[in-house]
Design a binder for this molecule. Structure first.
Ligand code: TXA
Ligand code: MG
Length: 316
């Protein structure tokens, strides 16, 4: 049984599992999270694999406090004010990543922003401190299922995918955190949640713009403005790259290419491929090639999410 009461011993063991690249479910004041070391791309890929997510949405990195947050992102005056008012608590801030931010590209879907939250739940806070690194964690349910507010919910959905489920009873709030993007010119509400719009507007002294970014709702390719899009054109299902193209390859049978080339996984491992995807797109885009030729990727397991992302990248 992966469920363990959240004793000090269990939290220490969970932190060790996280540092080891494994997944741990843990309680927060909003919902149970499916946690991984946010700086370990393969561990983050395992989150998407476990959830059966058809898409790579950017994840929230859970951090110890505002000073910890400031190691990963630039916190301006609005961020500082919101952090002072609502952290620890059910507010997630989308802010600009620092250039040296160690959080994996896959956790931020290749964006130059990162979503940060300081949870108030004592078990979550103890786990973050014991792990000594930011913890990427979406809600600990399979994609399309409702968010879990007890350890038993998590076990029913993901019991075979996690090293441990830390149990500390039902979540007090029961809905996800409010997500506010303060990385742009106007503070924007991306998701309603545990902290009200009114409370946030009061602290900011201004009203929040809104966008619909519901992860469970199908969004047509390219519609989500907050997705990293390569400058280069993307040519899918390429058997090989033409001269002048950059080449995004996959698997042991990839042909050679004289130009810029990245093999997402020479062994054909889809988890490794997912972990490398955004960094590879960036690298090939930065090569200056007008087109990135992409080999076919199997549409099974994480391949479905990889292909969804590549199709979006191909729409211009
Ligand atoms: O209460 C919660 O927030 C829970 C607990 C576990 O903390 N976590 C959670 O995570 O709900 P998740 O991955 O299900 O939701 C994260 C939300 C998504 O709507 C995602 O699109 C948004 O935050 N998000 C994350 N990073 C973003 C970014 N860089 N830019 C825009 N939106 C971002
Ligand atoms: Mg969720």
């Amino acid at each position: 049984m992966p469920i363990r009461p959240a004793t000090a011993d269990a939290i220490a063991a969970a932190a060790a599992a996280l540092r080891d690249g494994r997944l741990v479910a843990f309680p927060t004041e909003t919902v149970y999270g499916l946690g991984a070391d946010a700086t370990n791309a393969r561990a983050v890929a395992a989150i998407f694999e476990a959830k059966g997510r058809p898409r790579f949405n950017p994840l929230i990195a859970h951090v110890a406090d505002a000073e910890d947050a400031a190691r990963f992102a630039v916190l301006g005056s609005q961020a500082r004010a919101l952090a002072a008012a609502f952290w620890p608590g059910a507010l997630t801030l989308v802010v600009k990543k620092r250039p040296d931010c160690p959080i994996a590209d896959l956790a931020t879907a290749g964006l130059d922003t990162v979503a940060l939250r300081v949870p108030s739940h004592p078990v979550a806070r103890a786990l973050i401190r014991a792990a000594g690194r930011p913890i990427a964690a979406p809600s600990a349910n399979r994609s399309g299922h409702v968010s879990p507010t007890t350890a038993a919910h998590v076990e029913a959905d993901l019991g075979d995918k996690v090293a441990m489920i830390l149990d500390d009873g039902p979540c007090a709030i029961g809905v996800e955190s409010t997500v506010v993007d303060i990385s742009g010119t106007a503070p924007t509400l991306l998701r309603a949640g545990g902290v009200t719009r009114e409370a946030i507007e009061q602290v900011l002294g201004t009203s929040l713009a809104s966008t619909i970014a519901d992860e469970e709702r199908p969004v047509s390719p390219g519609q989500l403005a907050s997705h990293y899009a390569p400058r280069a054109a993307v040519r899918l299902n390429a058997a090989a790259a033409h001269s002048g193209e950059a080449f995004l390859a996959f698997g042991p049978a990839a042909p050679d290419h004289s130009g810029p080339m990245v093999n997402l996984s020479a062994s054909g491992d889809l988890i490794e491929a997912a972990a490398n995807l955004f960094a590879a797109l960036r690298e090939l885009d930065a090569s200056g090639a007008a087109t990135i030729a992409v080999m076919a990727i199997p549409d099974t397991g994480l391949g479905e999410a990889i292909n969804d992302r590549l199709r979006r990248a191909a729409v211009r």
